[in-house]
Write a protein that binds this ligand. Structure first.
Ligand code: SF4
Length: 200
């Protein structure tokens, strides 16, 4: 079995990414679950659902293959996106992301997460995030964004006109590779800054 790396899509451009099933790897206490765009896509496209499920099985059954193949893709890429669908399953997984980032400093990696506690515990221990691993704390209304280190945050502009984003949040332009090429968007968000997405 091989890890399924997506070569890109209309949003990512040509940036490769690895995904896991939404829901199972996400936290349970967020309203976003009932509105999840990734889950909608999985329902509509069985091939996508199977690819994400297969990645989770590989991670659970042969983690060394999962990580070896992700690193092989990262070695050949300047940009990489973790989890277009899904979230960081646990601390051990995150430590692999950190180690791979440290070994592959030519590649910029982007990851949105609502697993705030995994990131905060890492930073609480005095460690620093690799500069090429861009962790964006993903907010949702009703969910307390536990972000004591003021990492960059992603917020949503909801279809009812409300948002939790601050006024000067960067608006997501919708194409991650364009942001990457122009040194913009999430790739260059600094601590204390925000990006805002329109609700799907
Ligand atoms: S701001 Fe740019 S990098 Fe961030 S999600 Fe939107 S398109 Fe992708």
């Amino acid at each position: 079995m091989n890890v399924k790396i997506s070569p890109g899509n209309s949003k990512l451009g040509s940036i490769p990414s690895v995904s896991l099933p939404a829901g199972i790897t996400c936290r349970n206490d967020c309203e976003c679950k009932s509105k999840c765009y990734a889950m909608k896509i999985e329902r509509l496209r069985p091939v996508v659902r199977q690819a994400y499920q297969s990645n989770l099985e590989l991670l659970n059954n042969s983690p060394e293959i999962y990580w070896r193949e992700i690193e092989a893709s990262i070695m050949m890429s300047r940009f990489f996106r973790y989890h277009v669908s899904g979230d960081i399953p646990d601390r051990e997984y995150f430590m692999h992301m950190v180690d791979i980032a440290l070994r592959n400093q030519h590649c910029q990696m982007l990851c949105f997460t609502k697993k705030y506690n995994i990131i905060n515990e890492f930073l609480d221990s005095g460690k620093e995030l690799p500069r090429n691993l861009h962790i964006i704390m993903s907010a949702w209304r009703g969910l307390k964004t536990e972000n004591p280190y003021e990492l960059p945050e992603a917020h949503v502009a909801y279809s009812d006109g409300t948002t939790t984003a601050c006024e000067d949040a960067k608006k997501c332009g919708g194409n991650c590779s364009e942001c990457a090429i122009t040194n913009d968007g999430c790739w260059t968000l600094k601590n204390g800054e925000q990006v805002v997405f329109a609700e799907h």
